[in-house]
Structures are given as structure tokens and as C-alpha cells.
Design a protein around this ligand. Structure first.
Ligand SMILES: [Zn+2]
Length: 241
């Protein structure tokens, strides 16, 4: 710990390296992405001009395609529902249909994007961390879509102390991770602030947090983790009961 004061933790102002997939952006633009994943996407967009541009491009293509479609009979109430949805859209939060509003000013004050703060009802100092063991802590984010929550979709913050590892695991479903502070390294690569890690059952990894500061991530999952390493006994630490 003696070196702690001499370690200059320079805020990483560079653009993220690991981005959202086109599929995620398309689903987000179409409003078909689930709430937990949408929160990760919206949060990454506040930190990434490349993905904001890509979203704009996809929205423009979608708009052009829509304009060339033959007129269709709308079901009763469809137009009203669409207009109501547009009216209630929070462009800084969810659902979002326009990318231009994702200003990159989130990083100046808090590590938590505004959309996340809104869900938590406050900033990082209000987060009620729950210890999982080995110094790893988590804080559940309550989703408003109870059907998705019942179907096993979750969003939570995860905090891993500097230099510590998350047990080896794979995923039965999909997992989206956005790094909000610090970094981690796994078999796939190094992920730092603003980066998105997209995992599924094909990825078996053991993320290790970088040195210097704890790694805080926003996570969206649609199935529990499955521990694959020798520490399988602590599986219950990661499975919500
Ligand atoms: Zn990006």
C-alpha cells in the first residue's frame, strides 16, 4: 500500500476500444432490446462517440427503409401507441430512439452514467453494496419491467478490488459488461473504462481486475453464471436466490 500515493491514476479520456455489436445497436434502435441490456447500451453510448455515430447511421438506414415500405393498415390504436411512446421517450435514458442526446458529459462528475443514477436513485455514494466474498461486491439494479426480471434478466453493479480475480466461469445466456471504473483482463483481452464485453456460453473466462483502483462494472445478464473452475463451491455467491 505504500506505493498507493505515488500511483497516478490518470482518467482515461480515450475512446473505448471494445464496442457494441451492430445487432445490439439495431435492437436498441428498434426498441426491441430488453431493459437490462438497454441500460448497458445507453450507458456505453454516453462514453463512446463511435457507437453514437453508428447508431445514427443505423437509424438513418432504418428511416430510409421505412420510407420505401408500402403503406400498411395499422391495427387499431397502433398509431396512438407509437405517438405515446415517442412522447414518453427519455432521450437521455430509456428507451432511447435518438443518439444525439447522449452527451459525453457523464464522465466529468460521476463514473455512473445518468441513466444508471436514475435507476439507483442517486450516485455511487448511495449504492448499497452487498458483499459476495473475496472482496467482490455487487448492487442489484431494480428493473421496471417485471416480466423480464421474472424471466431471469438482471442488471447489477459489480465491484472487484484492484488485482483480484472473479472466479472462472461461463454463461448459460448472454452477458453484457460495461466498465465504469478501472479495468480487467481476461482470456479475451483488456477492458477499460467505457469498454463493453459481450459474453455468451462460448466464453469461459477468469477476469482479473487491473491494479490501481477497483474495477466497477455495469452488468446485464439473462441467465446465471456457471462456475467452471476449482472454486465452483462458491457458485451460490453468484446465483440470486
Ligand atoms: Zn462504442
Amino acid at each position: 500500500m505504500t506505493a498507493a500515493h505515488s500511483v497516478a491514476v490518470t482518467p482515461r479520456m480515450a475512446e473505448p476500444v471494445h464496442h457494441l455489436s451492430e445487432d445490439l445497436l439495431l435492437d436498441y434502435a428498434a426498441g426491441t432490446l430488453d431493459e437490462a441490456a438497454s441500460l448497458v447500451v445507453a450507458s456505453h453510448l454516453t462514453l463512446c462517440s463511435a457507437c453514437r455515430s453508428e447508431l445514427s447511421r443505423l437509424e438513418a438506414i432504418g428511416g430510409a427503409l421505412f420510407a420505401t415500405m408500402p403503406p400498411m393498415d395499422l391495427s387499431a390504436g397502433a398509431l396512438e401507441a407509437a405517438l405515446a411512446a415517442l412522447e414518453s421517450s427519455d432521450l437521455d435514458g430509456l428507451p432511447a430512439s435518438a443518439s444525439q442526446k447522449h452527451a459525453a458529459d457523464d464522465r466529468k462528475a460521476s463514473i455512473l452514467p445518468r441513466a444508471v443514477q436514475r435507476y439507483l436513485g442517486g450516485d455511487l455514494d448511495t449504492v448499497a453494496w452487498k458483499r459476495l466474498g473475496m472482496g467482490i461486491e455487487t448492487a442489484e439494479i431494480t428493473l421496471s419491467n417485471s416480466d423480464e426480471a421474472k424471466a431471469g434478466k438482471r442488471s447489477f453493479l459489480l465491484k472487484v478490488p484492484a488485482g483480484k480475480a472473479v472466479p472462472q466461469h461461463t454463461h448459460d445466456g448472454n452477458e453484457l459488461v460495461l466498465i465504469l471504473q478501472g479495468s480487467y483482463k481476461d482470456e479475451i483481452g483488456t477492458f477499460a473504462k467505457g469498454d463493453v464485453a459481450i459474453s455468451d456460453g462460448s466464453i469461459d473466462h477468469r477476469p482479473v481486475a487491473g491494479e490501481g483502483e477497483s474495477c466497477i462494472c455495469l452488468v446485464a445478464t439473462d441467465a446465471p453464471l456457471r462456475l467452471t473452475g476449482p472454486l465452483g463451491a462458491i457458485i451460490n455467491l453468484f446465483v440470486r436466490v
